[in-house]
Design a protein around this ligand. Structure first.
Ligand code: CMP
Length: 140
């Protein structure tokens, strides 16, 4: 089915100037960017976005990293978009990511891991709504 998912290009990948290379992975694999914005997250925005991880030991490092520079946030649309994006990203820890995935090619560590992608259709809807209004989504 045609799905939507939320993608974030994290501060490490924005700093490496590889937004376009990462967009090419999406576009070459059937995912369309239907909304996008570059944004410097506030601490409150990053904490809210990652609220499900609040009790995890890595939460503070994660939030500090996500506010260390601007991020590129996009809604992606396409067939099986949630899983497709996760396959393109590769494993959370770039050391474990398959060759040719975004994280294998552009990430440095489990924290500076280049991209975020929604892990389920349900979370995708919540995460897209966190950054975009319905009218921002240019489905096509
Ligand atoms: P992301 O998909 O953005 O969701 C939460 C992030 O926490 C994850 O990517 C990693 O960058 C970061 N993180 C740091 N340590 C861990 C860990 N041990 N397990 C999962 N995520 C971690």
């Amino acid at each position: 089915a045609i799905e939507r998912t939320l993608s974030i290009i994290k501060p490490d990948a924005v700093a490496k100037n590889v937004i376009g290379k990462i967009y090419d992975r999406f576009e070459s694999n059937g995912l369309k960017v239907i909304a996008a914005r570059m944004k410097q997250l506030t601490r409150a925005e990053a904490e809210g976005f990652y609220a499900v991880h609040k009790e995890r030991p890595f939460f503070n490092d994660l939030v500090n990293f996500m506010i260390s520079g601007p991020v590129m946030v996009q809604a992606l649309e396409g067939e099986n978009a949630v899983l497709k994006n996760r396959e393109l990203m590769g494993a959370t820890d770039p050391k474990k990511a398959d060759a040719g995935t975004i994280r294998a090619d552009f990430a440095d560590s489990i924290d500076a891991n280049a991209v975020h992608g929604s892990d389920s259709l349900e979370n995708a809807a919540i995460e897209i709504a966190y950054f975009f209004e319905a009218a921002d989504l240019c489905s096509r």
